[in-house]
Design a binder for this molecule. Structure first.
Ligand code: LLP
Length: 455
């Protein structure tokens, strides 16, 4: 039997990005943590650790929250695109498809994942600041939307599309000159970014594209950053996009779509306080409608492409606690059976997370522990000086909010195989990504004959 009371960290079921835990998290009668109706310690037992767990309801609720808010607040058409760089797999892309949303892909790998599950091609948007000839040819042949990022894209497409062939459906990405930090933002004329056309080059580029019969430019795009808690930069972005829209229409491009990118932040730790999906969409929608009205423009279709805020809160990672090292007067380390190869965010960005012991998530903290990974790197620390209840080697620890930019940024450092992913919901668990085995890591190794001959 499960105690009905929602888990303490669930504050806003409607907007999963505002909770540390997936929205189905609950405590059973023995005080153990369940997600999607599955006991986390049983999942660890069944599938092994480290294990990525993804809660289907949380993922779906995030998609719904974006769709519903757009329907409520935006008077024009809209489309949500899942930014699959956050976490791409056949099952996750299928979930996005079944929610009726589209997808942003940035490589042939992400693109074939979307095509394989039958994502409608008109809902696929292909990004990238250095797309290859092969990638562009593949995207063009599959009739997906291509987001022009630079002159190189234009030059390559000009070679790929023969005169008389069908035009490519294009969107143009530019750098809006809005730079975000977590708690402040600045606007600059030229932003130091490798992505998109410089704002100053926008007009020339639009004029240039007008000369090409193969270029069917129907959208403009800008993205300002990720893990953003402020609404103001996105409100400003709508203004900048509306200006660009007016310019592009004036030059004769049939622009129907404006894409405001992604970026809404999530709650990793209790002091994080991101806006809800509803508030974010409301702010963006109102700003875009006002901006268009003031310029006497018809409302474009509004596209947004959230990644983290859809998939991060749905995910958590289970580890088994192993060794312990006490350095008197300095620090106590415990090591878990994963680390920087399955979650490179702490070592890369000093990202903070919340952890708990899955079989006693509500117990009072007893000691300050540094939770380290198992990799040969001193910086391989998942959580520094963290308060944990008493525990033993072999206990299962969960780190929350790992659904985005963990699996997709994972590596095989130290030849450590990548974890499995299970999807949970309604008390059932399904493997959606198999655990790698050490021998899988030898798949692409080649041993020249002469080494074999030498014995
Ligand atoms: N659209 C574009 C063009 C993007 O570049 C990104 C993220 C998104 C959408 C999705 O943004 P989101 O909603 O997830 O914030 N590895 C970093 C995050 C890199 C984000 C890159 N671009 C991290 O782990 O924090």
């Amino acid at each position: 039997m499960t105690i009905a009371r929602p888990f303490d960290f669930i504050q806003d079921k409607a907007s999963p990005n505002r909770n540390i835990f997936p929205i189905t998290a609950e405590i059973d009668q023995n005080g153990r943590l369940k997600v999607g109706g599955c006991l986390l310690s049983s999942l660890a037992q069944q599938y092994g650790t480290p294990l990525y767990v993804l809660d289907e309801s949380t993922f779906r609720q995030s998609c719904k929250a974006y769709k519903d808010a757009l329907n409520n607040y935006y008077n024009g058409e809209s489309l949500v695109l899942y930014a699959s760089k956050a976490n791409s797999s056949l099952a996750i892309t299928s979930l996005a498809k079944s929610e009726g949303i589209g997808i942003d892909v940035v490589s042939e790998g992400e693109l074939i994942t979307a095509l394989k599950v039958g994502m409608p091609t008109e809902k696929i948007f292909f990004h990238g600041n250095n797309k290859s000839y092969r990638e562009l040819l593949f995207a063009y042949n599959n009739e997906v939307n291509i987001v022009l990022d630079n002159q190189h894209d234009i030059d390559l497409l000009g070679k790929i599309i023969q005169p008389g062939n069908k035009p490519a459906k294009l969107m143009l990405r530019f750098t809006p000159g809005i730079e975000c930090h977590t708690h402040e933002y600045i606007r600059t004329g030229h932003l130091d970014s490798k992505f998109g056309f410089d704002l100053d080059r926008l007009e020339d580029t639009l004029i240039q594209l007008k000369q090409y019969s193969w270029a069917n430019l129907t959208g403009l795009h800008a993205h300002i950053g990720s893990q953003i808690f402020e609404l103001a930069p996105h409100i400003d972005l709508a203004e900048v996009l509306a200006d660009a829209l007016k310019k592009a229409l004036g030059i004769g491009h049939p622009i129907s779509d404006l894409n405001v990118g992604g970026g809404l932040g999530i709650k990793y730790i209790s002091s994080d306080d991101p806006p809800s999906i509803n508030n974010w969409v409301e702010a963006v929608s109102n700003s875009l409608e006002d901006s268009c009205k003031r310029r006497s423009l018809n409302l474009p279709r509004l596209l947004c492409e959230p990644g983290r805020s859809i998939v991060a809160p749905a995910g958590l990672t289970l580890y088994r606690i192993g060794s312990r090292k006490e350095i008197p007067g300095i620090r106590t380390y415990i090591s878990v059976d994963g680390g920087m190869s399955d979650n490179p965010r702490p070592i890369t960005y000093e990202s903070a997370y919340t952890a708990c012991l899955v079989d006693k998530p509500l117990s009072e903290p007893q000691e300050t522990i540094t939770i380290a990974g198992k990799h040969c790197e001193s910086g391989d620390v998942l959580l520094k000086d963290y308060q944990l209840p008493s525990f033993s080697s072999g206990d299962i620890l969960s780190i929350c909010g790992t659904g985005a930019y963990n699996a997709s940024m994972s590596s095989n450092y130290n030849r450590i195989p990548k974890p499995a992913t299970v999807l949970v919901g309604s008390g059932k668990s399904e493997l959606i990504q198999k655990r790698e085995l050490p021998e899988d890591l030898l798949r692409y190794d080649m041993l020249p004959d002469r080494f074999i001959a030498e014995g």
